[in-house]
Design a binder for this molecule. Structure first.
Ligand code: ZN
Length: 51
């Protein structure tokens, strides 16, 4: 998994959460977020949800 020190969008502080295979990181300052899901049959599938 890639680690993000800062928000790609605004440079704000990133908060991480991990539940089972799902890693979420989101900006405390704006609406940027990233969800990374690990699937057994795939290496990893990363997608970004931007509103
Ligand atoms: Zn941000």
């Amino acid at each position: 998994m890639e680690d993000f020190d800062k928000c790609e969008k605004c440079g704000g502080e990133i908060e991480y959460r991990r539940v089972d295979r799902v890693h979420c990181c989101f900006c405390k300052n704006c609406d940027w977020n990233l969800v990374t899901t690990y699937l057994p049959e795939l290496d990893e599938n990363t997608y970004s949800i931007l509103s």
